[in-house]
Design a protein around this ligand. Structure first.
Ligand code: HEC
Ligand code: HEC
Length: 75
């Protein structure tokens, strides 16, 4: 019983960590502070990294600014 509880707590902690790691790589997270703080979001949105002929968002802020998306995020 105790070990089942530990497993459940572990899984919940992992899911929390995982979604925090994912959320902090989203543009929304960076925009939260950088809209209005400087012009970087506007510059990005008028660049090919945001608008391109393929019709997809080619690069997000974290693609360039976060070295590795998961464990190596902290160094
Ligand atoms: C909690 C608010 C906050 C969030 C969220 C945030 N930033 Fe920043 N960021 C700042 C502040 C404040 C500075 C310092 C600005 C200055 O010194 O002019 C900064 C500076 C930077 C710089 C360095 C600018 C320089 O002049 O060297 C980069 C690059 C940067 N942020 C990218 C990002 C990216 C990419 C994300 C998303 C992963 C992000 N930021 C999310 C607040 C934030
Ligand atoms: C295609 C790669 C790429 C993407 C996407 C990208 N950046 Fe950058 N960013 C750079 C590079 C390269 C620099 C220049 C670094 C330098 O000058 O030292 C830079 C510089 C910056 C700076 C410092 C600007 C200054 O005036 O010194 C900030 C702040 C920043 N980026 C935030 C962001 C945010 C927020 C996003 C998403 C909206 C983003 N970047 C998307 C590559 C990128």
């Amino acid at each position: 019983m105790k070990s089942v509880l530990i497993l459940i707590v572990g899984a919940l902690l992992y899911l929390g960590y995982d979604s925090a790691m994912t959320y902090t790589n989203s543009n929304q997270f960076c925009f939260g502070c950088h809209v209005g703080m400087d012009t970087i979001v506007e510059e990005y949105q008028s660049s090919v990294h945001y608008h391109n002929t393929k019709g997809v968002v080619a690069a997000t802020c974290s693609d360039c600014h976060v070295q590795e998306k998961r464990s190596r995020k902290f160094n």
